[in-house]
Every structure is written in structure tokens, then in C-alpha cells.
Design a binder for this molecule. Structure first.
Ligand code: F6R
Length: 589
């Protein structure tokens, strides 16, 4: 949520920042802006409402070695130029970009107004440069003033600050992501690694309460909670710059859907020892809880079914934002398994915090190395799915299910069998994303493009698949889609089924009898039935064949649905990579 990029070094900062913002746009695209430090010691500011386009170039913007940029997902204050970042202090000498929430901003704003400061925007951010300026007016230098300001600001934030008359950049991390890219005599600061992956793979993950100072070729880090200078190690990232680009694809969404065979082969090569170790933790725990949000929550639901059937292990599942209401059961023997692509989701982090306060152990499955969730966990399995840039989660989802299936098999003493099943699936996944499949689904998307409602049902493992398929359709095509466990629709929602209402029915060998009887109930009300599964049926008006893969049906059956969502978005003129109102990495509660 909101993307930050800053540069300090010998290259043209403007170019690097604009390019970085294009890469980071999945974090928010209400507006964007840059502040470039001019040689004559002021800033050139550019702020634009809307997405940064591929064609935005840096012509007309000054060349400089220092600058900051921001792409915004609006929280405090509407979408407007004046609310866009960077925000300046009253004197115009201090520029700030910010991701997160300042909880006491109203109080601090009132205080600053009493001191004679004026505010132009409706944002919480604007108090930051002015609080720093307030301290500078009282005689503190830039760095000390930035440090002192932190005593007046509460909340979760990542902040980057620069001063028009200093060559330093200050970066502050408190419960919102911020990484430093270390190049040769140059530094990059960003919310996410892909923003600078073209230039360096050497990164420093700032820890909570770190304040980093980049002063020409030097970097120093001060932890403001511990009140001491700290050393943070540099890590080499194995992501490739190309992985974060669209390549031959028109959109990241289709690129990432197509990468799922490779992503599953990454899971296949996870060390057996690591899976064993996690399974042992699960065996030893008394009370296991899955927590996550959105698509990752659907992975948890898959995990619940997989653990129950394959591993005969009971797990509880709770969406992360509701977890705090169930914590009475947590103790030192509990185990919380948190799942997150980004590793930065605020609700999931909050659930982890509550679990740790009660002494529970936390294991996470995350895709982003060095992320907050990874660092807050006692142990982590890294998904290795590579950067997921599209706002919709696709490849991270199937990789999470594959990992959960491996763990479930290990719990049942069958890790190798679990691995073989995944391996066997890889070739089939290539087929599921092939042109033949895409063409077939295109026919369906043409039939559904003007529909207003779609209902989806599935039983057992097909229930989370139905939920996830509905989420994909909703978020990218804006068609209302609602999913139910097969048996549930008749308890109320069937009242909405009318002649021609599209209903997607997920089947499997295990659930066929019962789900087909639910399908007949819909057909009797005139529904247009779309079947997804191993066997065709006379009830189906449209059929997508997906071969039986038992426990791994969830991986196979979701892929055609991801493609359907993509094609519906295209036909309805929606942006497949950046759906309205959304942002990748939801870093606010
Ligand atoms: C949907 C989607 C979101 C995320 C959710 C959790 O396509 O991407 O629902 O799954 O915001 O994000 P992570 O997995 O990063 O914690």
C-alpha cells in the first residue's frame, strides 16, 4: 500500500525514480509524485493524479543525484494532486514520502497549527516534514530534528525524508516495509525490492524502528527504540530483474498465471529436511491455527481440508483480521501458521503479534524474503514463487497450496509421495495455461461478459476453489461473484437464481454425486451451468475439463478460473494488473 522509491548516487535520480515508480505501481495507483533535489538547493516537484503510464518520461525534469518518489493508495484525504506525495514543510526545504498511517496526526497537526504552521493537504503525512521543520527551527540539525520528530509521531510508517540544503536522505521504518539497495557508491531505498532490481541485488532489510542515514557514499543505521547505532547485514537476493518484467506478455496477470508450472517445480525442490522440521513442529503443537487474508486465507482453507484428509490433523482457521477475538485459546503450546505472499499484510502481522504475546509459536509461509512476517516468525518456508507484481495473487496461491500439501504428506509419513504427485502435475499445468485452454475459456468469457452475477459452488476442496475463483472474478472484472459450499446455496441464496443465471460448479470424483445434485437444484431454476472438473455431465451448458488430481484439484481447477477472470477483465475494459480501489500489500489494518 503506497510505494516509495528514493535514490542517492552518481546516476540520474529522476530516471531511476520514475522507472522505480512504474515497477512499484502495484502498491497503489491513485496518484504519483517525485521530488528531485536541484543543484541550486531547492526541489523540483511533480505530482500527477492517476497511474504513472508506460510513456511517462523524464524529459523536462532536472537531472540530479538525489530524489524521492511515491505512488499513492489513498488513506487520509481523497485522490487529488494536493494530497499526493511528496509533501513539503512550510519553508519548502523538507520533502517527505510516506507509507502507512500516523495515528496521532490530528493532535500533532493542532499542535503545529498553534505554532504557526499551515497545512495544504488533508493527509496525515504533511505533519511529518513540518514536525521536522519545527525542530530545525529550534536549532537542531536535519538529522537530529528527524530523530526528535519520532517522539511526536505514532503509528505504522515507512518514511523517506530529504532536505534541499543537505546531501543526506533519511529513511525510517516502523511496521511498514522499507529496504535499502546497496550499489557501487549508490543507494536505493524502496518499499519493495523489484523497484531497484535492475541495478543491484544486494539489499539491507531495515529492522523495526531503524532510521537509516545515507550521506553521500556512507550509510549508517540508528535504532531509535534501542537508541544506538546498529549494523544490519547485506543479503544477496536470488530474484532476477527479468522476473519482475512483463516480457512478451501484455499483462503481469497472464504472465504470472503462466508461471505456475515453474512455481510448482520450485516447491518440489524444497529441502525434505525443512518440510520435516515444520511437520515436527505441527506434531508437537497443541492447537494449530492458520491465519491469513484474502487469497492466502483461501490457501489456509485448502490447508484445513488437506491436513484433515491426508494428515488426519485438525487445524483451526481464522481470517487474520478476526483472529484477535479467538486468542483465549492460545498458549505456549499453540502453533500459528501465517500465510502471506507479500509478508507485509497488516492484519496478518497483527495476528502474529497477538499470538506471540500469548507465547504461541509462529511459522510462516511467505513469498518475500526479509519481509516483516518472515522476521516476526520463529520459522519460515520461503515460497520461491518469484516477484508477484499483478495486484491479483495467482502463482503465490498455487505455490502455497503445493507447500501445504507437501507438509500434509510429511505428516502422513508420505513426503516423497506428495512430492511425486506435485511433480506429475507440472506438465499438466503447462496444458492448463496453453493456448488451447485459453481459447476454450475465451468462448465462456464472451458468453459471460455482460452478466451481472455469477454464483459458484464446490464441496470439500472445491469449496475454497469456488471462493478463490469468485474473488478473482470480482476483483478484476467487477462482476458480482459469490461462492458457497455446494450444500449451502439452497439455504437462502438459491432465491437469486433465475433463468440464465451463470453458476460455476466445481466437481471431483469424490464429490460428484452430491455436487451434481446441487447443480440440478440450480438447473431446475433455469441456471446456466458451467462445469469444471474431470467428467462432463448433461446438466452442464458449458464444460471445462480439468482432470482428476485428488488432493491437488485445487491447484488445477483454479487455473482456468484465473484465465477466465483475466479474459473477462479484458473484454470489459478493466485493467487486469491494477484493479480499481485495490493495492498489493495491504499494510493498513
Ligand atoms: C487477491 C489478493 C489479496 C491478497 C491479500 C493477502 O488476489 O491478492 O486478497 O491475497 O491481500 O495478501 P498477502 O498474501 O500478501 O498477505
Amino acid at each position: 500500500m503506497c510505494g516509495i522509491i528514493a535514490y542517492h548516487g552518481p546516476r540520474n535520480a529522476t530516471e531511476i525514480i520514475v522507472k522505480g515508480l512504474k515497477t512499484l505501481e502495484y502498491r497503489g495507483y491513485d496518484s504519483w509524485g517525485v521530488a528531485i533535489k536541484n543543484n541550486d538547493k531547492d526541489f523540483t516537484i511533480k505530482k500527477i493524479v492517476g497511474k504513472i503510464t508506460e510513456s511517462t518520461d523524464v524529459d523536462g525534469m532536472p537531472k540530479s543525484n538525489i530524489g524521492i518518489g511515491h505512488t499513492r493508495w489513498a488513506t487520509h484525504g481523497g485522490v487529488s494532486e494536493k494530497n499526493s506525495h511528496p509533501h513539503l514543510s512550510n519553508s519548502g526545504k523538507i520533502a517527505v514520502v510516506h507509507n502507512g498511517i500516523i495515528e496521532n496526526y490530528q493532535e500533532q497537526r493542532d499542535f503545529l497549527i498553534k505554532q504557526g504552521f499551515k497545512f495544504e493537504s488533508e493527509t496525515d503525512t504533511e505533519i511529518i516534514p513540518n514536525t521536522i521543520e519545527y525542530h530545525m527551527n529550534r536549532g537542531y540539525d536535519f538529522i537530529d530534528a528527524a530523530k526528535r520528530s519520532l517522539n511526536h509521531i505514532n503509528g505504522q510508517f515507512a518514511i523517506v525524508v530529504m532536505h534541499s540544503q543537505h546531501n543526506q536522505i533519511v529513511a525510517i521504518r516502523k511496521e511498514a516495509p522499507l529496504v535499502i539497495g546497496v550499489g557501487k557508491k549508490e543507494f536505493f531505498i524502496a518499499s519493495d525490492i523489484p523497484a531497484f532490481l535492475d541495478y543491484t541485488k544486494q539489499v539491507i532489510f531495515l529492522e523495526e524502528n531503524d532510521l537509516a542515514i545515507i550521506d553521500n557514499e556512507d550509510l549508517s543505521i540508528f535504532n531509535f527504540k534501542e537508541n544506538l547505532v546498529v549494523n544490519r547485514k547485506t543479503t544477496s537476493i536470488d530474484w532476477d530483474a527479468e522476473q519482475a518484467k512483463k516480457g512478451d506478455f501484455d499483462h503481469y496477470l497472464m504472465k504470472e498465471i503462466s508461471e505456475q508450472a515453474d512455481v510448482i517445480s520450485k516447491v518440489v525442490s524444497l529441502p525434505a529436511k525443512q518440510i520435516k522440521d515444520i511437520a515436527n513442529e505441527i506434531r508437537e503443537a497443541q492447537g494449530i491455527f492458520f491465519v491469513a487474508c484474502g487469497t492466502s486465507a483461501h490457501s489456509c482453507m485448502n490447508g484445513m481440508y488437506l491436513f484433515s484428509k491426508t494428515a488426519k490433523t485438525h487445524v483451526n482457521f481464522c481470517v487474520a483480521s478476526e483472529f484477535e477475538y479467538f486468542t483465549h485459546f492460545l498458549n505456549k503450546k499453540s502453533l500459528v501458521i501465517a500465510i502471506s505472499q507479500s509478508g507485509e499484510t497488516a492484519d496478518t502481522l497483527a495476528a502474529i503479534r497477538v499470538a506471540k504475546e500469548r507465547g504461541a509459536k509462529v511459522i510462516s509461509i511467505v513469498n518475500v524474503m526479509g519481509s516483516s512476517i518472515m522476521r516476526a516468525s520463529h520459522k519460515t518456508i520461503l515460497q520461491g514463487a518469484g516477484p508477484e507484481i499483478c495486484v491479483l495473487s495467482t502463482k503465490a496461491y498455487t505455490s502455497q497450496i503445493a507447500i501445504l500439501s507437501l507438509i500434509a504428506h510429511e505428516l502422513a509419513g508420505q513426503q516423497e509421495e506428495g512430492r511425486s504427485k506435485l511433480k506429475e502435475l507440472i506438465r499438466y499445468i503447462y496444458y492448463l495455461t496453453s493456448k488451447a485452454m485459453r481459447d476454450h475459456i475465451k468462448e465462456l468469457s464472451e458468453r459471460l461478459r455482460y452478466t451481472q452475477h455469477i454464483y459458484l459452488i464446490g464441496r470439500g476442496l472445491q469449496h475454497p476453489t469456488a471462493l478463490e475463483a469468485a474473488l478473482k472474478i470480482k476483483e478484476v472484472s467487477y462482476i458480482h461473484a459469490e461462492a458457497y459450499a455446494g450444500g449451502e446455496l439452497k439455504h437462502g441464496t438459491i432465491a437469486l437464481i433465475d433463468k440464465g443465471t451463470p453458476c460455476i460448479v466445481f466437481t471431483s470424483d469424490r464429490t460428484e454425486k452430491e455436487i451434481m445434485s446441487n447443480a440440478s437444484e440450480l438447473k431446475a431454476r433455469g441456471a446456466y451451468i458451467i462445469g469444471v472438473g474431470p467428467k462432463n455431465n448433461e446438466l452442464f451448458d458449458f464444460y471445462i475439463k480439468v482432470r482428476e488430481a485428488e488432493d491437488l484439484n485445487s491447484i488445477c481447477q483454479i487455473i482456468p478460473m484465473q484465465i477466465l477472470a483475466y479474459q473477462l477483465a479484458l473484454l470489459r475494459g478493466c485493467d487486469p494488473d491494477k484493479p480499481r480501489n485495490l493495492a498489493k500489500s495491504v499494510t493498513v489494518k
